[in-house]
Design a protein around this ligand. Structure first.
Ligand code: ADP
Ligand code: F6P
Length: 324
């Protein structure tokens, strides 16, 4: 019921992502505009259990929309995986008068939100991860910034790789998902894209491809390797030994997770943050905000967590053809 929600909280959890600040700002300002109090919870569920809770006003979220990271900080919290920790979290919410929480994070953070809502604290999730690997939504905050950061870095590697007529293995983030690798692979014109969802670990195919491309006159050979496959340095050594072509490995690492959010991440962060505050104040719980077919919608967390997301076969096939 709309009038039973008087105070809402907001936290960020799991890996940080550019655009989280825009979402925090929107939750705070939308909440205040709708007449509820808003509290910021630092360091995810870890901060909740340590009662790192502060009152937020409109000025608390000034000058943050353009910043990477999350002003609330984030953490992983093993204690919250246990029933006892979750119960303590719900009790702490009640102690601080928090009727509902917006949780910005990935699937793991959604599971925490689901537990809290089953313990009587209303929760709404917002998808925040650079990996794009949340099944319920077409978009996750941070992906656009991350792929643009990686794409620019890979362009630079391509310059030097061409000058030296080398092969380059470039490792991008994505422990379980190949979306960053696929998007950068296409956008950077990579010759090979290795992603956990599709790679058959037959390195001879990659090696034969390098040799064939060299015969065709290609000056460089870019291999975008997702973190989920990893081992880029030893892969580069093996490729050099098998092909005789100088090969270098670059692991882009956490630079992909930082930096000023793109317009898309600021815009979606703002819209999803406001939407989450609105439905929380309306009394909804155990829901996640999602982008589906260009529209912002909300769906049940239980349903969201059973959904599966797959790399699009057509996109993957195209990526292979265009890199030849
Ligand atoms: P992400 O939200 O990016 O997927 P994690 O999987 O690391 O990141 O989850 C973030 C945090 O969410 C965990 O450290 C933990 O505190 C909480 N969490 C994850 N899974 C569960 C679960 N099954 N039950 C309760 N809390 C969970
Ligand atoms: O945010 C997602 C992600 O970047 C994954 O691609 C990666 O595996 C993971 O986070 C690494 O996170 P951390 O180094 O913080 O444990």
């Amino acid at each position: 019921m709309a009038n039973s929600i008087r105070t809402i909280g907001v936290l960020t959890s799991g890996g940080d992502a550019p655009g989280m600040n825009a979402a925090i700002r929107a939750v705070v300002r939308e909440g205040l505009a709708r007449g509820v109090k808003v509290k910021g919870i630092y360091r995810g569920y870890h901060g909740l259990l340590n009662e790192e809770i502060v009152d937020m006003d409109s000025r608390s979220v000034s000058d943050i929309i353009q910043r990477g990271g999350t002003i609330l900080g984030t953490a992983r919290c093993s204690e919250f995986m246990e029933r006892e920790g979750q119960q303590r979290g719900a009790d702490i919410c009640r102690k601080h008068g928090i009727d509902g929480i917006v949780v910005i994070g990935g699937d793991g953070s959604y599971r925490g939100a689901q537990k809290l809502s089953h313990l009587g604290i209303n929760t709404i999730g917002i998808p925040g991860t650079i990996d794009l690997d949340i099944s319920s939504t077409d978009y996750t905050l941070g992906f656009d910034t991350a792929v643009n950061t990686a794409m620019e870095a890979i362009d630079k590697i391509r310059d030097t790789s061409s000058s030296h007529e080398r092969c380059s293995v470039i490792e991008v983030m994505g422990r379980h998902a190949g979306y960053i690798a696929l998007w950068c692979g296409v956008a950077n014109g990579a010759e090979d894209i290795l992603i956990p969802e599709k790679y058959d670990y037959n390195e001879m195919d990659v090696i034969n491809n390098i040799i064939a491309n060299r015969k065709k006159g290609k000056k460089h050979h870019l291999i975008i390797n997702a973190e989920g496959i990893g081992h880029s340095i030893s892969m580069a050594r093996r490729i050099e030994a098998a092909t005789g072509i100088e090969t270098r490995a670059t692991i882009l690492g956490h630079m992909q997770r930082g930096g000023r959010p793109t317009c898309k991440d600021r815009f979606y962060g703002s819209m999803m943050g406001s939407y989450a505050a609105d439905i929380l104040i309306e009394g909804k719980t155990n829901r996640v905000v999602a982008v589906q077919h260009g529209e912002i919608v909300d769906i049940d967390i239980d349903e969201a967590l059973t959904m599966k997301k797959n790399i699009d076969d057509y996109q993957y096939q195209v990526s292979k053809i265009l890199g030849r």
